[in-house]
Design a protein. Structure first.
Lengths: 92, 500
C-alpha cells in the first residue's frame, strides 16, 4: 500500500514537506516514495497529501497504478485541445 | 487628488501646483515628491520600483523556491527553457547555500546590483524554509544588498512576522482580482488546509488571504507593490477596481503587466488561445488606473533567475559550476560597491537637476498646441540614447506632448524569434521589430543602418540617429519640437494608435 511518483515529476518539492510519513525524498532524476514508509495518509488525512498539491497531471499513481490527477483535471485544458495544440506546434 | 507615477522627478524642482514639468509629465506634476521621505529613500536605488533607478541599478533573482500552493492559468509548472524570459521560468533550482554564493558572486562582479529578490519559480512563501534560510544568511553576510520577495499571497498572513524579522522592506503581491467569480477564471485550484480546493471557493480564500496579508504588511511598515496580469475579457475591466482597493489599503505602487500566452508555453491561456492585451489596451488601462495610484510601467516580467539590469539577463555568467570556482572577498567587494553606488547616486542627482532645469525652460517657452506623439528609444542604461537600432533587444516607448515627455512602456525587439533569421511565416527579425514599434512616429537610436532606415520610413516611423549619447527626455522633446516646427503634428498620423 503505497503511492508512486513517476517520470513526469518536475522536481518542484511541493509534495515533500506535506507528506505526514516523511516517505517522499529527493532523488535523481525525480522525487521518489519510500513504499515502506508511505501510509497513503491513512489516519492523518482523508485525502492523499502529495496528490492534492502536485501540479503535474499523471505524475503520482495510487497503489493500483492509476493516476490521481488525470489529464485536464488540474490545468482545466481539455485533453483533446492539448493534443490539437501540440500537433499544431509539431507541424511547424 | 491624483497620485504621481513613480518615475523620476526631482523632489526639489518639480512644480507644486498644476502644470507639468517636462521630465515628469503625464498624470502628475511632482512624482516622488508626494511619497513620504522614508519610502523615497527606500526605492531610489531599486530598479524595479523606480523608473529612474532602473537605468542605473541592477537586480537579481535566486530560484530557491520551486514549490507552489496554487495554479494560475498563465503558468505551466513543467516549463524550463533557457531561451525564454518570463516569470516562472528558470534553468536550475538552487539550494539556499548556492543562492548565497551566487548572490555574493554577482554582487562582486556587477557592483550596480543592489537588489536580491526571491520570486520563484514557484511561490517563495510556499517554500518558507528555503526562502527564509536564504534571507537570513544574506542579511548577515551581505548586508549592503536589499532583499525583496514576490508572492501570490496565499501563505502571506502566516509569513509576515518572519518577513519583518529579516528586515525585508519590499514585498510584491500578485493580485489579479478582488472578485472570486473572476478569480475562478484565473486560478483553477489552490492547496489549502491539506486539501486541493477548486473554483470560486478556492479563489475566494486566495483573495481573502491576499487582502489580509496586504493589510498586515502595511501595519508592519513594509512597502507593498501589487502586480496584476491584464487578461483581456477576464479581468481587464476589473483591474481599475483592484487598483482602488489596494491603494486604499496602502500599497504604494501598482504594476499592471500584459498576459504572456503562447500555445508553445503549454499554459491554459496559451493552449486555449486567450490573447494578451495590445500595447494600446495596456497603456489605456494603466492611464485609467493612474488617477488612483502610482503606476509602474517599466517592468520587464523577468525570469525567476534573472541577473542584471532590467531588460538584460547575465544569468549564464553565474551558473552553479561557474560560481563554485569563484573566490569572492566580500568585504573588499562591499567597499568597492559603496564607492560605485555613491558615484551613481551623484550622477543620478545631477541628471535630475539638469532635467528639472530643462523642464523649467520648457515651461517658460510658449506652449505648443500639437497632438501627442509616441517615440521609441534604444538605450542600454544611464538614461541616454546609446544603442544601434540593429543591436537593440528592446525599445523604451515615450510619449511627447505639449506638456512634456513621459515614459510609457518597453517593447521587445526580438520577440520569440531568438537568433533565428526568420520567424513563423517567413517574416524577418527586422520586420518583426518594425512591427513591434507600431504606433510610434520616430525611433531614436545611436545609429540606424540603410535597410532598416527604409523599412522604418515605409512604416511611417522616422529613424533618427542624431541624438546619440544625449539624455532621453531632452532628445525626445527636441525631436518633438522639430516635428511641430515642420508642421508634421497638424494632421492625424498615419501610424499613430494603429498598433496591433
Amino acid at each position: 500500500m503505497a503511492v508512486k511518483i513517476i517520470e513526469s515529476c518536475v522536481n518542484c518539492f511541493a509534495c515533500e514537506p506535506v507528506c505526514p510519513s516523511k516517505a517522499i525524498y529527493e532523488a535523481k532524476p525525480h522525487f521518489l516514495v519510500d513504499a515502506k514508509k508511505c501510509t497513503e495518509c491513512e489516519g492523518d488525512f482523508p485525502v492523499h497529501q502529495c496528490a492534492s498539491i502536485c501540479p503535474i497531471e499523471g505524475a503520482i499513481l495510487d497503489s493500483l497504478g492509476v493516476a490521481f490527477n488525470p489529464p485536464g483535471s488540474l490545468t482545466g485544458i481539455p485533453p483533446e485541445k492539448m493534443a490539437e495544440a501540440m500537433a499544431e506546434l509539431q507541424a511547424h | 487628488m491624483q497620485l504621481p507615477v513613480l518615475n523620476d522627478a526631482p523632489a526639489h524642482a518639480a512644480d507644486k501646483k498644476g502644470g507639468c514639468a517636462a521630465s515628469s509629465c503625464g498624470t502628475t506634476d511632482n512624482q516622488m515628491d508626494s511619497l513620504p521621505d522614508s519610502i523615497r529613500e527606500k526605492v531610489q536605488n531599486h530598479p524595479c520600483y523606480s523608473e529612474d533607478a532602473h537605468h542605473y541599478f541592477a537586480r537579481m533573482h535566486v530560484a530557491v523556491a520551486p514549490a507552489c500552493n496554487i495554479q494560475c492559468h498563465y503558468c505551466n509548472r513543467k516549463y524550463d527553457c533557457s531561451n525564454e524570459s518570463r516569470p516562472g521560468v528558470v534553468s536550475e533550482v538552487l539550494t539556499p547555500d548556492q543562492a548565497v554564493k551566487k548572490t555574493m558572486a554577482v554582487a562582486a562582479t556587477i557592483p550596480q546590483m543592489t537588489v536580491l529578490g526571491i520570486a520563484g519559480p514557484g511561490d517563495p512563501l510556499a517554500n518558507p524554509e528555503r526562502t527564509f534560510e536564504t534571507f537570513r544568511r544574506l542579511s548577515e553576510e551581505a548586508p549592503d544588498i536589499k532583499l525583496c520577495v514576490s508572492t501570490n499571497g496565499l501563505a502571506l498572513p502566516d509569513s509576515v512576522e518572519e518577513l519583518s524579522k529579516h528586515n525585508i522592506d519590499h514585498v510584491t503581491i500578485t493580485i489579479n482580482c478582488v472578485d472570486p467569480e473572476i478569480g475562478a477564471k484565473i486560478y483553477p485550484w489552490i492547496f489549502w488546509n491539506n486539501k486541493r480546493i477548486k473554483g470560486v471557493k478556492g479563489a475566494k480564500i486566495l483573495i481573502e488571504q491576499q487582502q489580509k496579508g496586504l493589510e498586515m504588511l502595511i501595519a508592519k511598515g513594509i512597502l507593498v507593490k501589487v502586480n496584476s496580469v491584464m487578461i483581456p475579457g477576464v479581468n481587464d475591466q476589473h483591474l481599475a477596481e483592484v487598483s482602488k482597493v489596494v491603494k486604499s489599503k496602502g500599497a504604494f505602487l501598482h504594476n499592471v503587466m500584459p498576459l504572456i500566452a503562447e500555445a508553445e508555453h503549454g499554459t491554459f491561456y496559451g493552449v486555449m488561445g486567450q490573447r494578451g492585451p495590445t500595447p494600446d489596451e495596456l497603456q489605456d488601462l494603466q492611464d485609467s488606473c493612474s488617477g488612483d495610484m502610482n503606476m509602474m510601467r517599466h517592468c520587464r516580467q523577468c525570469r525567476a533567475d534573472a541577473v542584471g539590469l532590467l531588460g538584460e539577463d547575465r544569468g549564464d555568467e553565474f551558473t552553479i559550476d561557474k560560481i563554485e570556482e569563484m573566490d569572492i572577498d566580500y568585504q573588499a567587494a562591499m567597499e568597492k560597491r559603496a564607492v560605485i553606488h555613491q558615484a551613481i547616486q551623484a550622477e543620478m542627482d545631477s541628471k535630475r537637476l539638469e532635467k528639472a532645469t530643462k523642464a523649467q525652460q520648457h515651461k517658460e517657452e510658449p506652449k505648443l498646441t500639437t497632438r501627442p506623439v509616441l517615440m521609441a528609444v534604444a538605450t542600454s542604461g544611464q538614461g541616454v540614447i546609446n544603442v544601434h537600432f540593429g543591436h537593440a533587444k528592446e525599445f523604451l516607448i515615450y510619449e511627447a506632448s505639449p506638456d512634456g515627455v513621459r515614459f510609457i512602456s518597453h517593447r521587445k525587439a526580438d520577440q520569440y524569434c531568438g537568433g533565428d533569421t526568420s520567424c513563423g511565416d517567413g517574416e524577418s527579425v527586422l520586420q518583426v521589430t518594425v512591427r513591434a514599434l507600431a504606433g510610434c512616429e520616430a525611433v531614436l537610436c545611436s545609429k540606424v543602418g540603410y535597410e532598416p532606415w527604409e523599412m522604418l520610413e515605409a512604416a511611417g516611423i522616422a529613424p533618427n540617429g542624431e541624438h546619440a549619447m544625449e539624455p532621453i527626455e531632452e532628445a525626445v522633446m527636441a525631436v518633438y519640437k522639430e516635428m511641430a516646427a515642420a508642421g508634421k503634428l497638424d494632421s492625424t498620423p498615419e501610424a499613430a494608435r494603429a498598433s496591433a
